[in-house]
Ligand binder design. Structure first.
Ligand code: UDP
Length: 328
């Protein structure tokens, strides 16, 4: 099959490309390398069923050609990371919504199956744990820019479901919960790569707030398995589906585990949110997915633990360090 992955040089997109190439599909990646990295797909270049196009999904002429000529679209291109969103709020909203509008418009015109990833951020400050797909969404006021990401993604969801309703477009929306693993950089503030890297360097781990806030981290390889299944399951079209892992850990607990597993001498430092993200930042205390719907529709069952995540991320950083030292 011909498969188009927007944002395919990004963290999740590149793992998806690996899996689909391995299954023998013909993959086209379009990525403007804004948050994606060439190194994530470098190993695929030269393969006969792989093509990388460095361009933006806002290039409508190109997107029309690419979508007309494909069988499936995974629209993984997006602004990512709370830090990036806080620093570039205009770009965040524009990239997310305009990009999705272009993709959905052409998928609708040419009748192509498409997956639109959304995020657990859309649940916002919702307090009924675990988060179920039909729950109300509760974000903060518009002067708190963190919520721009959730709202832009919510609008993406509405648009996707509107295409399904009006023209029966085969579209599925997936809400990704804290997806982590090798290739994710700490550059945009994500906690797991930041903690593991600091621990390996025996530097302090910066826990925001008091560290009692919790998250559930899903291994990217479990997530891409889910992504490839939902797009092949017609019952998923017109649906919003959570994907992630339900193993919950506090951020303090995560820091302790990262230190222990890497045999680090790092200490934990507690820093106020305002220092990390600037004034007026709001965090959510708990975020746990209900995975019942994913289990019912595609038999989804993540198998990789938090230990495996930390090990895999640590392994990647050790490898990178080795390469850097060899090249120095
Ligand atoms: N966090 C932290 N130290 C860091 C990065 C993040 O304590 O270096 C906290 C962050 O404030 C949040 C949690 O870890 O409470 C998860 O942050 P991340 O940005 O990875 O994902 P989020 O769930 O906020 O989208």
């Amino acid at each position: 099959m011909k498969i188009l992955i927007t944002g395919g040089a990004g963290f999740v997109g590149s793992h998806l490309a690996d899996k689909l190439i391995g299954e023998g599909h013909e993959i086209t990646v379009i990525d403007n390398l804004s948050t994606g990295r060439y190194q994530n797909v470098e190993h695929l270049e030269g393969k006969k069923n792989f093509r990388l196009i460095i361009d933006t999904v806002l290039n409508e002429k190109l997107m029309e050609e690419l979508i007309r000529d494909t069988d499936r679209v995974f629209h993984m291109a997006s602004a990512v990371g709370v830090k990036l969103i806080m620093e570039h709020p205009v770009k965040t909203i524009e990239t997310i919504f305009r990009g999705t509008d272009v993709v959905l418009g052409f998928c609708s015109r040419y009748r192509k199956r498409v997956l639109i990833p959304s995020t657990s951020e859309v649940y916002g400050k919702g307090a009924s744990i675990p988060f179920r797909e039909e729950d109300d969404l509760l974000t903060g006021s518009t002067d708190k820019h963190r919520w721009a990401y959730a709202c832009a993604k919510t609008l993406d969801e509405f648009l996707a479901l509107a295409h399904w309703k009006e023209t029966c477009l085969s579209v599925v929306v997936v809400r990704l919960f804290n997806t982590v693993g090798p290739r994710q950089t700490g550059q945009y503030g994500m906690v797991v790569p930041n903690f593991v890297k600091s621990a390996l360097n025996n530097e302090p781990l910066n826990v925001h707030g008091d560290g009692t806030q919790s998250r559930c981290f899903g291994h990217v390889l479990d997530i891409v398995e889910g992504l490839t299944k939902v797009i092949e399951t017609p019952e998923c079209f017109g649906q919003v589906i959570n994907l992630g892992n339900s193993e919950e850990v506090t951020i303090k607990g995560l820091a302790e585990k990262a230190i222990e597993m890497t045999e680090s001498t790092s200490e934990i430092r507690y820093i106020p949110y305002a220092e990390a993200y600037g004034k007026g930042f709001e965090d959510m205390q708990r975020r746990v997915p209900s995975l019942e719907k994913a289990k019912r529709l595609i038999g989804y069952q993540p198998t990789r633990t938090l230990e495996q995540i930390i090990n895999d991320v640590a392994e990647q950083f050790r490898e990178e360090l080795k390469t850097e030292t060899a090249n120095a």
